[in-house]
Design a protein around this ligand. Structure first.
Ligand code: ZN
Length: 135
């Protein structure tokens, strides 16, 4: 298992409407998609920077995990997602190496991709995601 690149960087924000103009007007990026991911109770906004995307995450519900994150730590860097061929194989491989997982099975993320998270306690404090087109 070797990730091909950083698929996206997830950034938690209180409001997409307030954050998007910074990325568009200051950084000159284009928001090409806004999508609600009901399973995770977030609305996401995407920008491309080369092969990597920025994914802004706005909680749509007070019990959204992203709402909890913002309450505890404030807005900011939420997770890093590595592009892998097979998400389940990447998760299983990490688990075999003693890594604690948040997701033992891939779930549905934005853009029709499969995703799975590793626990930050096992990754030196960074929430990490595997992300790919196949389970
Ligand atoms: Zn993500």
């Amino acid at each position: 298992m070797k990730p091909s690149h950083i698929e996206h960087i997830g950034i938690a924000v209180k409001s997409l409407d307030e954050a998007i103009p910074f990325y568009e007007d200051v950084l000159g990026l284009h928001c090409y998609s806004i999508e609600e991911v009901k399973e995770q109770k977030v609305r996401t906004a995407f920008f491309k920077v080369g092969d990597t995307k920025i994914e802004l995450l706005e909680p749509t519900d007070p019990d959204s995990p992203v709402a909890g994150f913002i309450e505890k730590r404030g807005e900011g860097l939420h997770h890093i997602a590595f592009a892998v061929d097979h998400v389940l194989a990447a998760l299983s491989g990490a688990e075999e190496n003693g890594v604690r997982l948040i997701d033992r099975e891939p779930r549905n993320g934005a853009e029709g991709l499969k995703i799975g998270f590793l626990h930050p306690k096992s990754t030196f404090g960074v929430l990490m995601e595997f992300c790919g087109g196949k389970v």
